[in-house]
Write a protein that binds this ligand. Structure first.
Ligand SMILES: [Zn+2]
Length: 192
């Protein structure tokens, strides 16, 4: 799923009315698994100036980069973090962070077809092939993408009054406007 959907859904799922400070831990856990892709893009494309084709066709699949991506999407490693947070540290913040990472992996498992992550790293290279893809029309993205946007919009309406800062509320509105607009533009562009 898209990074912004993970962020909005996870904060809504893990938010507790009297504990708004937990929002930021749900947010960090929601975006962290996608962060290595941004780092990959910045280093390879902007700093090393690797051509786009080579970037996505070969460099992306090198073992070093794949391991780097997998560490942040590994359910066994996240379960260790959850155990440490819950039993050893007794920390609600670390526990919420770990739950948010797990929920991200769960949604990704269901929405990636042939670009799924190795969620059982380092024990197995297995990647689940979901029948649904969040971006590939060959695997029902044409149905899933509008549903994703509608769910995020409804979740945002639920979440808006629960956010405490004006900055967070503005971010929520802007993300939704861009998310819906980008889809409409893409849809109009494609149907021509
Ligand atoms: Zn992801």
């Amino acid at each position: 799923m898209t990074t912004q959907s993970h962020a909005i859904l996870n904060i809504a799922l893990l938010a507790k009315r009297d504990k708004p400070y937990l929002h930021r831990y749900a947010f960090i856990g929601a975006v962290l698994p996608d962060l290595p892709i941004f780092i990959f893009f910045i280093i390879e494309s902007i700093i090393l100036k690797t051509p786009q084709r080579e970037l996505w066709d070969s460099v992306y699949f090198t073992e070093a980069w794949q391991n780097f991506f997998d560490i942040f999407n590994s359910v066994p490693l996240i379960l260790i973090l959850l155990g440490i947070g819950y039993y050893l540290l007794n920390s609600e913040k670390v526990t919420v962070l770990a739950w948010s990472l797990l929920i991200h992996c769960g949604f990704d498992l269901l929405t990636h077809h042939d670009d799924g992550h190795h969620h059982f790293y380092p024990f197995s290279d297995f990647a689940f092939e979901s029948p649904i893809s969040y971006w590939d029309d060959a695997h029902h993205a044409n149905i899933f993408a509008p549903i994703e946007r509608a769910v995020i919009l409804l979740t945002s309406i639920y979440l808006y009054p629960r956010l405490k800062t004006r900055l967070a509320r503005w971010c929520l509105v802007i993300v939704n406007v861009l998310f819906v607009a980008s889809y409409l533009l893409f849809f109009i562009f494609r149907s021509r």
